[in-house]
Design a protein around this ligand. Sequence first.
Ligand SMILES: Cc1cc2nc3c(=O)[nH]c(=O)nc-3n(C[C@H](O)[C@H](O)[C@H](O)COP(=O)(O)OP(=O)(O)OC[C@H]3O[C@@H](n4cnc5c(N)ncnc54)[C@H](O)[C@@H]3O)c2cc1C
Length: 581
Amino acid sequence: MIRNSSMWRLLLLIIAIAGIAAFAFAAQVEKDTYMAGFHQANGVSCVDCHEKNFVMDDSETVVNKKCVECHGSMSDMAKVTAKDELNPHKSHLGEINCSTCHKGHEQSKAYCNNCHTFKMDIKFDSDKKAEFADSADVVVVGAGGAGYVAAISAADAGAKVILLDRMPITGGNSSLAAGGINAAETSVQKKQGIKDDKEAMVEETIKGGRYLNDVQLVKTMVYNSAAAIDWLISIGADMSDIVRSGGVDYDRTHRPVGGGAVGTHLISVYKANAIKKGIDVRVNSDVVKIIKNDKGAVVGVQVKGKHSGLYTIKAKAVVVAAGGFAASDELVAKYKPQFKNTPSSNQPGATGGGIKILEDAGAEMIDMGFIQIHPTMGGDTKVLISETVRGSGAILVNQEGKRFVNELTTRDKATAAILKQTGAKAYLIFGEEVRKANKQVNGYIHLNLVESASNLKDLAKKIDVPADVMADTVAKYNSYYTKKADPEFSRQDMPRPIKEAQYYAIMVKPGRHHTMGGARINTNSQVINLTADVIPGLFAAGEVTGGVQGGNRLGGNAITDTVVFGRIAGANAASYAASVK
Ligand SMILES: Cc1cc2nc3c(=O)[nH]c(=O)nc-3n(C[C@H](O)[C@H](O)[C@H](O)COP(=O)(O)OP(=O)(O)OC[C@H]3O[C@@H](n4cnc5c(N)ncnc54)[C@H](O)[C@@H]3O)c2cc1C
């Protein structure tokens, strides 16, 4: 048995002599004081217990094999504890896994006492004081829009806040949002003489969501949207430009002056505020578990730091703002198998890192199969080709050079049609008229997403489409433009023909864009469990929640969701934390 071996003592001595190493170990121990931390203090590192990558076998045979290699099997251990009145290592349960009782990173517990009431103290179960390496009033999981807003709001309410993101940079999908943020009856609209109606925004959101939204959540989002714009302005954001988005009758999509991208702007404003307000923001920090006490209240999180290892943060309240899962092949295949081979417009961290921890914490997950596909992602990149390119006159043709759908149909129908074409792709075809009407096209050219030629024949050759068929398709479309009627696909709006050189082609494929489903919350952003009760201390906001967007999200409503519910979650988490002793 190694505990009697002088080899280990020698190893410990060498470690003790190496001052820097000893310091490193001390730092590690401070981070994790359970069995794993104790082992590290004794020179047993992460990989001595885990195989590479820390993959945990569900049967836990990997870890148990390691325990046995050093300590011996249950029957070996039974000899060590033979003197005990009741031998924990020898019972009618036989040869069970060591980690059934000895936990690596949480409180150990003798499994026998699920049925018995033996006095069976087990190491690493009582040192309550040393349980948590760090502490905060409010821990926020995920530093995208919703997470930053919640963290800032909680800090403003006086809470000590730690904000964690698994990626090496913060911002999440929020930093990619280019359109804007929807809000009704705002001070900015009033100043510009733009009329709007909150009730119309409620109705349009629900209609867009195919009447599957949680109406109370929609009302909360809409009624607080004007205040959200004022709040953003108060912390330094520019919301002075207003446009109209799809599916609505009002100009209510707010964005920075000149139509600048809303996401990058907001994230930089949030970052500056987080620094100013002393929020502890940590990257490379994957939250792997939400810890609850025996009354079911949230008491902290377990973090797997890329450099700092596994450690625990004690928290009075936790806000999960971990975003959606449109970048996860695995989760998409699980909830919507027909979308499993499509690319995604999302950042690589949008793999549902909040879904598993919320499920483990007992949250009810709703609407998980509602995944929005954007029909036109540029080529094989993550760059979205804006709907305005079609809106201002481009047509869609397939590899055979033919149109196959009304280009202006809804996102889901356009997507379904493209997926049926050769190679599950299509080409946006347009002339100089459309480029002139769309500043973004110059950006797509700069990004090498566009083929161009001075005549249609050369353009067809470049994209490997039969030139005569494409010439015929474009000629027919131009005649529909003149007649203002499209007998083939009933396209209503044909603002421009395709007549003027240069001619352009952009290869497009549908991509997974937004996940509407997630944890069920109430209008206080509290997370609801399977028996319709609130999970004490647990809040959520943003794309990780379900219900707000129903079966389909309108453009511009996601950022509204992150700001409105981020503020509610942050403020409520702070006041809940203040009520916890
Ligand atoms: C290309 C693109 C353009 C868009 N344009 C618009 C638009 O114009 N208007 C609009 O309203 N919406 C738009 N959307 C949608 C919108 O951007 C998102 O729905 C919204 O930003 C989600 O915000 P969030 O804070 O909930 O999540 P995110 O901003 O995605 O942030 C979640 C963060 O949590 C982190 N995380 C995940 N799991 C864990 C874990 N376990 N531990 C620690 N951290 C974790 C992630 O790394 C990420 O940084 C767009 C989306 C995309 C992809």
